[in-house]
Write a protein that binds this ligand. Structure first.
Ligand code: M6R
Length: 613
């Protein structure tokens, strides 16, 4: 969850590190800190955002051509100055930044305390730097060797970078279950949790693998060994495709709004080269190699968290509806701890924007160890999930920086729709004419997304009417039910209004008791099937004086007459409606959050990439 940056080269490290931390702030923003090597080690850290750190370091000695920086999402120890990274060893010689959790920190700490180590913070990370110090000083080891031995005693997840004041031209970094990328420049090296701080300096990167240790110095370059001390003689160098403009707000007030508006383009990018309505084909490179196994599957399991779990639910509806394969959608965090039945006939699809979500990664590893075929639907290229799957497809949404996921959701749904259609075609579970009809409509979706976005001023107006409500209900049936869940999550996470998503018909089994004249009820009523039923559900809400905001298909007269507010979306085939109907809900949460003066892109307590369990 935390963001880490390192630099060694001929430039001043501080500005590079601070700029990099700002790019990684989506990963956590409880505190920030830097350590700079300039003969001695200078460490500055502060509770709050990177901007607070900049303010704090104003006028300080910030010179140094090697340094590390960290932006924190607190796990062990409250967000304050002392718990902020970097942490120092007791002798002041070493300093470390860390993303992840050292699970066995308590017994290690107790043992170190017996040896006389004194701890100043409540963090697990400080234990690690003391452990490295202890090992280093006992056996007079080089920094990389002390790090290697220390990591062999540690249980948990980590991406770390360590500097030693007595080896002032060397940085040592390592990873296990937390991402770390090395950027290779011209006589300089960069380290970061993802490529976003690196791309403006170099396009050449090496993604460290689990249990690898990188030793970087200007005279010897980049050397990689494993924790079991094997040399990785020629690490693979990747060329980044990321563009700087993708990392800027581009005139929008918030990344979230920019990302909502990008969806016509990102869905088109997701479809590019994979679908051609005129020629009547869909081709997902990722499933080709395993086509036989996938089409013959007796069931498919989908594991994901949060918004990705919601797109997984839509995947369930799509695959069962079109391809007639039973699907189970699981919260990744629950899946691995409930001893699920998985075998080599199963297909397990992991959905993840970041490709780094610890729960999803762990669920996949378990399913893989039991012989299932693992398929990834991921946004971030080169991420951990993308690299451990047998096969997969990128959604090509580009960097999603707002903590609230928007364009990744529609990218995932677009990908799952193509997957369901490809399997359905292969299995012959839908007619040729319906397949063609869906392809024709699918190709229209990017243009229809632009149509939907025209509702923005109207959604802003509606937002004003309901922004002070303490609660909201979101209702939908069929394909619109997961959209209701997603709408409720968007509202909760960025505006801090309590919201619940429910299947519309389930409302009368409990939540209806909440409805009175103060309760906004957002109904996604774009269904063609069961339309009359959803009309009845809207009537039930109105009969109890709830405020109905309905998302309907253009031209709808019936619900428009009953609802307090209606937002129209263009007509499309029912399996494709989530790609359109979610957009007004994203806009609604955005405007309400802005009106409530919330930090839309960096909501409290959250981080974009949840790399701890
Ligand atoms: O990167 P992932 O898709 O694996 O992330 C999963 C969730 O943490 C994520 O979707 C989260 O729920 C978002 N904040 C939702 O907007």
């Amino acid at each position: 969850m935390c963001g880490i940056v390192g630099y060694i080269g001929k430039q001043e490290a501080y500005p590079i590190i601070v700029k990099g931390l700002k790019r990684l702030e989506y990963r956590g923003y409880d505190s920030a800190g830097v350590a700079l090597m300039n003969g001695t080690l200078n460490v500055y850290k502060k509770k709050g955002k990177v901007a607070d750190l900049e303010h704090y370091t104003d006028g300080a000695n910030l010179s140094g051509k090697m340094g590390i920086g960290h932006t924190r999402w607190a796990t062990h120890g409250e967000p304050n100055d002392v718990n902020a990274h970097p942490h120092r060893s007791g002798n002041g010689r070493l300093t470390i930044i860390h993303n992840g959790i050292i699970e066995n920190y308590a017994p290690i700490k107790a043992a170190l305390q017996k040896e006389g180590h004194v701890f100043v913070s409540d963090t697990d990370t400080e234990v690690l730097v003391h452990l490295i110090e202890e090992i280093q000083s006992k056996d007079d080891l080089a920094l990389e060797e002390a790090v290697r031995v220390a990591l062999s005693k540690v249980v948990g997840a980590y991406a770390i970078v360590v500097m030693d004041a007595q080896e002032p031209n060397k940085m040592v970094a390592a990873r296990k279950a937390s991402p770390l990328v090395v950027g290779i420049g011209d006589g300089e090296y960069f380290l970061a949790s993802d490529a976003t701080p690196i791309v403006e300096h170099t396009k050449q990167v090496v993604y460290l693998n689990d249990e690898e240790i990188a030793v970087i110095s200007l005279d010897k370059g980049l050397k990689i060994r494993t924790i079991s001390n094997e040399e990785i003689s020629s690490p693979t160098i990747h060329e980044l495709e990321l563009k700087i403009e993708q990392l800027e707000k581009g005139g929008y007030d918030y990344f979230m709004l920019k990302e909502i508006y990008e969806q016509s383009g990102t869905i088109a990018d997701c479809m590019r080269g994979r679908l051609n309505a005129e020629e009547g084909w869909i081709k997902l490179g990722g499933i080709d190699e395993y086509k036989n196994r996938i089409t013959k599957a007796e069931r498919i399991l989908i594991v994901a968290c949060g918004t990705s779990w919601h797109s997984g639910l839509i995947g369930e509806y799509l695959i069962e509806d079109l391809a007639r394969i039973p699907v189970e959608v699981e919260y990744a965090s629950e899946f691995r701890y409930r001893n699920p039945v998985i075998n080599e006939n199963d297909i397990v699809i992991a959905i993840s924007q970041s490709g780094e979500t610890a729960d999803t990664l762990a669920a996949l590893e378990m399913a893989k160890s039991r012989g299932a075929l693992i398929y990834g639907i991921v946004n971030v290229v080169g991420s951990s999930i993308a690299r451990i799957t047998h096969a997969g497809s990128y959604i090509h949404a580009g960097p999603e920086i707002g903590v609230a996921s928007t364009k990744a959701f529609t990218g995932q749904v677009a990908l799952l729709t193509m997957m369901a259609l490809a399997i359905a075609k292969e299995k012959g579970t839908i007619s040729e004419s319906y397949f063609q009809q869906l392809l024709n409509e699918f190709e229209q979706i990017p243009a229809k997304v632009n149509e939907v976005l025209k509702c923005d001023p109207q959604v802003k107006y509606i937002s004003k009417e309901i922004k002070d409500s303490p609660n909201a209900l979101y209702l939908g049936r069929g394909y619109s039910f997961p959209v209701a869940l997603e709408g409720a999550l968007k509202l909760k996470e960025i505006s801090y209004i309590h919201a619940e998503g429910y299947p519309a018909a389930e409302m009368k089994h409990g939540p209806i008791a909440l409805i009175d004249e103060n309760m906004p009820v957002v109904v996604i009523a774009t269904n063609k099937s069961a339309y009359e039923k959803i009309v009845s559900n809207v009537q039930e809400v109105k009969a109890r004086k709830g405020i109905v905001i309905a998302v309907v298909t253009e031209g709808d007269k019936v619900i428009s007459d009953i609802a307090d507010y209606t937002i129209e979306i263009p007509d499309t085939e029912e399996p494709l409606t989530p790609l359109l109907s979610v957009i007004p809900l994203q806009l609604l949460s955005y405007h309400i959050a802005v009106m409530r003066e919330c930090n839309v892109d960096q909501p409290r307590n959250l981080a974009k990439s949840v790399t701890v369990e």
